[in-house]
Design a protein around this ligand. Structure first.
Ligand SMILES: Cc1cc2nc3c(=O)[nH]c(=O)nc-3n(C[C@H](O)[C@H](O)[C@H](O)COP(=O)(O)OP(=O)(O)OC[C@H]3O[C@@H](n4cnc5c(N)ncnc54)[C@H](O)[C@@H]3O)c2cc1C
Length: 304
């Protein structure tokens, strides 16, 4: 069966962009996860469209990932196609006196995009410079930090639906909310996003980025495999604080541990399985509810 699907994919998709039985632990910042049946890295809309066609014709489920920094892939892996768009361009357009538009492919890391913006003295993306995702994943999650989120800078996005049709949507049509967007409701693969930014001063941009980097270095376990904040912010409470107050820092199940540095992060001490993480999540949710009466909600997405 896999050979037949591979044959169909190869009609359009380059061989180098297809991997079979690929360990997802190689593609997630948690460094956890079983194999994907097919791991596909399309580099053009034509390839992506063909992948959609093969999936539809053979009734194959599709999962999209970016940099894998907000996901936990189960130990059993992911059936069907995992698509990691490999659109890596950055284009600076519509240059005006003080404003400018920047188009970035969904596979561009925010780290890379922010560095490029700094060099061009374009400000507005410094807040995202150290969020370890790609454009597609950050737009879908409406990623945010330091008081700003994607919603504040996105002008429009281009995406492909599962039928292979292209759509262009405005900022409002993204339906941005706290850590969610239109793509939390519909299946679509973001191809590129245009950001509305402004010209600024390179030194100020550099200083802002340094401040954000220092904040993360001192407050977050960035040198441990993890997926950032495991839980969403509460409506009237700071989730990390109540986890800490429940005495859960350092609590571990197998190789998964509630970070001793930041109670909002679950980290992989080296040999954690997805089951360890899920069991720890379950334990933390129950303890927090038993001790505070508050329900905490996952920010982390479970795949597979
Ligand atoms: C150390 C650390 C710090 C973090 N700090 C922050 C922070 O400050 N603020 C914050 O908001 N987040 C933070 N995160 C979480 C994470 O980086 C963000 O949620 C980020 O937006 C995820 O992007 P990604 O490319 O890794 O997406 P993935 O984790 O790969 O995917 C996330 C979701 O987006 C979907 N997706 C990915 N690409 C596409 C696409 N092209 N089209 C459609 N859907 C797509 C996936 O299906 C999935 O549902 C942190 C994570 C880590 C590890």
């Amino acid at each position: 069966m896999k050979e037949e699907i591979l044959k169909q994919l190869l009609e359009i998709v380059a061989k180098d962009n297809i991997r079979i039985d690929e360990p997802m632990s190689k593609h997630t910042t948690f460094k956890i996860g079983g194999n994907a049946d097919f791991f596909l890295r399309p580099t053009s809309e034509e390839e992506l469209k063909h992948i959609m066609k093969v999936a539809k014709n053979n009734n194959i489920p599709i999962t999209v990932i970016g940099n894998g920094s907000n996901v936990l892939v189960k130990d059993e892996g992911i059936r069907g196609f995992v698509i990691k768009p490999n659109f890596k361009y950055i284009k600076i357009v519509n240059k005006k006196n003080d404003s400018v538009d920047v188009i970035a492919g969904s596979g561009v890391l925010l780290r890379k995009l922010s560095e490029t913006m700094k060099r061009e003295s374009i400000e507005g993306l410094e807040f995202a410079a150290f969020i370890p995702g790609c454009v597609g994943g950050e737009v879908k999650m409406n990623a945010g930090a330091h008081g700003k989120e994607m919603k504040d800078v996105v002008k429009e996005s281009k995406y492909m639906d599962l039928e292979g049709n292209i759509h262009i949507i405005s900022n409002e049509e993204h339906e941005f909310e706290y850590r969610k967007s239109l793509f939390s409701r519909i299946n679509g693969i973001i191809i590129e996003t245009t950001f509305s930014l402004e010209y600024g001063d390179e030194d100020t941009i550099t200083n802002n980025m340094k401040r954000h980097s220092e904040f993360r270095r001192t407050k977050q376990p960035i040198d441990m495999p993890c997926a950032g904040s495991t839980f969403k912010r509460g409506k009237d409470f700071i989730t990390a604080r109540i986890i800490d107050e429940c005495g859960l820092k350092g609590k571990s199940v197998g190789g998964a541990e509630v970070s001793t540095m930041h109670a909002g992060f679950i980290v992989n001490k080296g040999n954690a399985t997805a089951k360890d993480v899920l069991d720890l999540v379950d334990y933390v949710e129950k303890e927090v509810f038993a001790k505070t009466g508050k329900r905490i909600e996952l920010e982390l997405e479970i795949l597979g």
